[in-house]
Design a binder for this molecule. Structure first.
Ligand code: ADP
Ligand code: MG
Length: 634
């Protein structure tokens, strides 16, 4: 007896015992493996002339035996060697065991979804079977092998007999319990409807022996009162439709069919948000069927996430996830591209340089963009949901291209508008701008509520201008990469280069700064390197002081980058702007006038730290700050 790996046991346990719903998907998983095995063999025959296949070599069969309580899924595919059996079926989730460990908290998730995600499809058999046997013979080998397991601790592999290449997976069903009736799988009707529901578009015929009834011929000597007699007979039938769903016109396919196809093929538990279907003919002919998922896949932003569309050449799968078909910013799109223009035996290595493929990728991208624009213009509620799910990818696209992609992707962006109290596009912002407003204003930080209350946001609002409140890490980087939109500068309200004050106001502030330069020099001594300058704020505000920055690096960027590897090294150049209209300023001046060094130190420090807090920045010495506050109160 060979043992399953430890994490495998954990996963097996989870699957078998905590998945109460949807046990029926075991059939879909087995059929999909059978179809993959046939695909692999067919693909080999196209690229290796020594592999000759007959038509019957490309089929799948489902059979059942009520007496023995078995269900058998057979294929004439590539089969497995003894080593394959050990590797592929002995280590559960060998491709995804790490993710499994990382995402160990499955509470509240749909466990059926996990099966697909971790590539443990085969093990779903143990949801219904007490024993599974896999009899298989690899193409080109004489010896067959049988793998057998009860799905608890381990498995055995022994030599076996099989006439031709391919695989039989034989499930012996569990005994019925009060909650679960496993016997109902042992019926033609159930199996047929499961195949139709989950595997209708599998490209190879799925055969099943079905029982039919026919009228017996009327005997010669039958009297007038003869009642027609019937007999049962069995017939081999192909259950699935086989026509790939992406070849069919959108008008001929129901939403249900699309949803089932999507969920089955892309291992999602939820319906897609949008279906995009393309049939192109002419210079470049291809069919594409794409889906925008209804939720963010949990691993979308992890390193292991693989983008790409499945690539078929005239119905034959060339590769599962062709990354070259999708730009990174549309990495969330799932689907299929099928083109008769691609040479079948094209190698995976040369795909990248293939000009047809690049042309298709281009069209696919344009199509996705135009569908998103349509959704944005005609279905804003849907688009809101879409943008919450995947807006991040689009923002990254602009940032990573240093703004080069802004003309295409910029119109898709949305940010929260202070004035409108909802997400709006940049075009909508510009449209609503008054004549006197020259720039687009945005504030970046971790929460809308905090941004709304920033002193500078209040100042801008008082002028009647709108401010975009940006709460995703990537927002500020994206907007900086864009620089402008519709020739209006995108300005971060937290940096000092925003020009809200009038010339007069600026002059007054400069003069006041000059007047108080001794006070500011003393304060600067207290704060040291923490700020590069102290000055009088040219803008009216309610707060006693605010922090702003000079140069490219803003406070929010410092905060985000501080979480990264070279965090503490990168610092924004901070400017403390003091509000001379605030009573706190008189207190400061008083302490300075009395030459009370302790008080001046205390007040300066408190002023600086509370300005940091208002900007959402961590303070360097929270305990010290708390003590200072207590001192103020006592
Ligand atoms: P996945 O299909 O996602 O790879 P599965 O758990 O469904 O994961 O299958 C594990 C592996 O076992 C497959 O990748 C394949 O190599 C092998 N396998 C399963 N069923 C068959 C089959 N009918 N013929 C050949 N190989 C198979
Ligand atoms: Mg599988």
């Amino acid at each position: 007896m060979r043992k399953f790996k430890t994490e495998s046991q954990k996963l097996l346990d989870l699957m078998i015992n905590s998945i109460y719903t949807n046990k029926e998907i075991f059939l879909r998983e087995l059929v999909s493996n059978a179809s993959d095995a046939v695909d692999k063999l067919y693909f080999r025959s196209l690229t290796d002339s020594s592999v000759q296949l007959a038509k019957d070599d490309l089929q799948i069969r489902v059979a059942f035996d009520p007496e023995a309580r078995t269900i058998t899924v057979s294929d004439s595919g590539i089969g497995m060697t003894e080593a394959d059996l050990d590797k592929n079926l002995g280590t559960i989730a060998h491709s995804g065991s790490q993710e499994f460990k990382d995402a160990n908290d499955f509470e509240g998730t749909d466990a059926a979804d996990i099966i697909g995600q971790f590539g443990v499809g085969f093990y779903s058999s143990f949801m219904v079977a007490q024993d599974v046997r896999v009899v298989t013979r690899a193409y080109g080998e004489d010896q067959a092998f049988m793998w057998e397991s009860d799905g608890v601790a381990g498995y055995t592999i022994k030599p076996a007999e099989r006439d031709t290449h391919g695989t039989d997976v034989i499930l012996t069903l569990k005994d019925n319990t009060d909650e679960d009736d496993y016997d109902h799988y042992l019926s033609e009707h159930t199996l047929r409807s499961l195949i139709k529901q989950y595997s209708n578009y599998v490209r190879y015929p799925i055969h099943m022996l079905v029982t039919k009834s026919r009228a017996l011929e009327k005997p010669e000597d039958a009297g007038d009162d003869y009642v027609t007699e019937y007999e049962d007979y069995t017939e081999d039938e192909v259950i699935n439709s086989m026509i790939p769903i992406w070849k069919r016109r959108k008008s001929e396919v129901s939403d249900e069919e699309y949803n089932e196809f999507y969920k089955g093929d892309f291992h999602d538990f939820a319906d897609p948000q949008r279906v995009i279907s393309v049939h192109a003919e002419g210079a470049l002919s291809y069919d594409a069927l794409m889906f925008i998922p209804g939720h963010t896949p949990f691993d979308l932003y992890s390193r292991d996430y693989e983008k790409g569309l499945a690539l078929y050449s005239s119905g034959v799968l060339i590769m599962d996830k062709c990354a070259d078909l999708l730009p990174d910013y549309y990495n969330f799109v799932r689907g299929v591209v099928d083109s008769s223009d691609l040479a079948l035996n094209i190698s995976r290595e040369t795909l990248q340089r293939n000009s047809q493929l690049r042309a298709i990728a281009n069209k696919v991208e344009k199509k996705i963009t135009s569908e998103l624009e349509k959704m944005r213009d005609n279905d804003r509620e849907d688009y809101d949901l879409f943008f919450d799910n995947f807006g991040r990818s689009i923002k990254f696209g602009i940032y990573q291209s240093y703004g080069a992609k802004a003309p295409e992707l910029g119109p898709l962006l949305m940010f929260y508008s202070l004035k409108e109290d909802k997400q709006i596009t940049l075009d909508e912002y510009v449209e609503a701008m008054g004549e006197d407003q020259a720039d687009i204003y945005y504030a970046a930080g971790d929460s809308i509520d905090r941004l709304r209350n920033l002193p500078i946001v209040g100042t801008i609002r008082a002028k009647g201008y709108d401010v975009l409140l940006c709460t995703e890490d990537v927002d500020e980087f994206t907007l900086q990469a864009m620089r402008t939109w519709q020739e209006k500068e995108l300005k971060n309200v937290s940096t000092s280069d925003i020009d809200l004050a009038s010339e007069d106001e600026k002059k007054v502030a400069e003069e006041a700064t000059e007047e108080n330069k001794d006070l500011f020099a003393a304060m600067q001594e207290v704060l040291g390197d923490s700020v590069s300058k102290i000055e009088v704020s040219p803008n009216a505000m309610d707060a006693p002081a605010r922090l702003t920055t000079v140069g490219q690096m803003s406070l929010e960027m410092e905060r985000i980058l501080a979480q990264g590897p070279d965090g503490p090294q990168v610092r924004a150049q901070k400017v403390l702007q003091v509000n001379t209209q605030h009573p706190a300023f008189e207190t400061l001046k008083g302490a300075f006038g009395d030459d009370d060094k302790d008080k001046l130190r205390l007040y300066t420090d408190v002023l600086y730290n509370q300005a940091l807090l208002v900007e959402g920045m961590p303070i360097e010495d929270p305990l010290g700050f708390a003590q200072e506050i207590s001192k103020l109160m006592s």
